[in-house]
Design a protein around this ligand. Sequence first.
Ligand code: COA
Length: 397
Amino acid sequence: MSNKVGIDKIAFYSPDYYIDMVELAHARDTDPNKYTIGLQQDKMSVIPVWEDIVSMGANAALQIIDDKDRESIDQVIFATESSFDYSKSAATYIHNMLGIHSGAKSFEVKQACYGGTAGLMAGFDYVRANPERRVLVVAADIARYGLHTSGEPTQGAGAVAMIISSEPKILSIDAQSFSRTDDQYDFWRPSHSPVALVDGHFSNQLYADSFINVFQQAEEALGTDLNQVKALAFHLPYTKMAKKALTALSDAETKMDEKMRARLIEDWQEQLNAAIVYGKQVGNTYTASLYISLMSLLKESDSLKAGDKIGLFSYGSGSVSELFFGNLVEGYQEQLEKVSGQKDLDERLQISIPDYEKYFGDRDLEYEANIDFEIPTDYVGFYLAKIDEHRRYYDFK
Ligand code: COA
C-alpha cells in the first residue's frame, strides 16, 4: 500500500452569473446586514438552465485532466444531492465527455453535503491499494431552497473536480480520520421535491455539535499532535457557519490545555479569513463547498507553506461528518496557479433579482420531454444542449 496518497489536482467551477446579496436583501425587505454580516455572504452564484451538475462538473474537471489521467483513471465518482436521474449516474456522462478510457467504472454517491468526502475517501482507499492508478472525484450541486424562503440567501451553485493519486502535488492525506453518523432530520429532500426541506436552526446546531464530536475524537487519538494543524477548511453552507463552529469549540469541554486551545483557535480563526473568500462569493455548493473552501484557503492564505498540516471538516445533513488531515506538498502553489480562482469569480456577470428569479423558475424546464436550449454567443465550456425524449445531450463551445 502506498503511504502518500492524496489530492494531485483540484479545480472548481461556478456559473457565469451572480447576484449581489445587498440587492437580494432589498428585494426581500430585509436588513442587508443580516446577509452580509449575519450570514457573511456577499454574492450568490446563479445557474442558468443550460447548465447543470454534469456540465459544471465537466467544466471543473476539464481544467485539470490530461492524457495520462485519461488512461490511468479507474473510477469516476460523482457526488451530488442535485441528481436528475434515479438510475443513470451523472458520472457516466462525465466519463464520456472527458474521454476517459472505457475500462474505468463510473458511479454516483449521495449523503447530503458529505457526499464529496465520501467520494474522496473511496478514491483514497482505491489508490492506496492500487498506487499506479488514479480516481477522478467530482462534486457538483445546485443549492435550492426556494424564493422567499429563509434558506434563499444560502443558495448557490458550483462544482469541484479532484484527481486522487499516489504522487499528490497538492495535499497528501492522512489515513486516520474521525467520523460520526447521527440519524436526524435537519435538511432533506424527498424525491418528489425540487427544493430542499430544512430545519435551519437545528442544522446549525447539529453542524456545530458534529464538529465538536469529531474534534474530541481527534484529540483523543492525536493528543498534542493537533497543535501542528495550521488551518482548517470547512463545509460552508454560508461562511459564518465556520466561525460559529470555532466559537462552539472555544466553549466546549476538551482535554487540551486551555491556553493551547485558545492559541490554536486564534490561528484557525485567522486562517479562516482565507478559507471563506470564495464561499462568500459563490454561496452554498453542498458537496463541493468544503473543497472550494480548501482551494480558497490554499490560494488566498499568504502564510501557509509546503509541509504544513491542515484539517478539513466535512458535514452532510442527515447527518454524517468527518474530520481529516493532510500535509501540503512542495510546489502546491504552482499547481494551483493553473486553475480557477478569484479571477474567474471576478469575471462573472452580475444579474438583477428579477433575472435571478426567472432563472430559478426556468429550472422546471428540465422536466420537459423535449427542449433545445439557447446558449449565449459568448458562452465557453460544456453546456446542456438539449433534452430529447428525456435524454440529456451535452455540447462544448
Ligand atoms: N445585522 C446583523 N446580523 C443579523 C441581522 C442584522 N440586521 N439580522 C440577523 N442577523 C444575524 C442573526 O443574529 C444570525 O446570526 P447568528 O446565527 O450568529 O446568531 C444570522 O444573522 C441569521 O439570522 P437568523 O435570524 O438566524 O436567520 P434565519 O432564521 O432566516 O435563518 C438560516 C438562517 C441559516 C438557518 C437559514 O438561512 C437556513 O435555513 N439556511 C439553510 C440551512 C443551512 O444553511 N444550514 C446550515 C448547516 S448545514
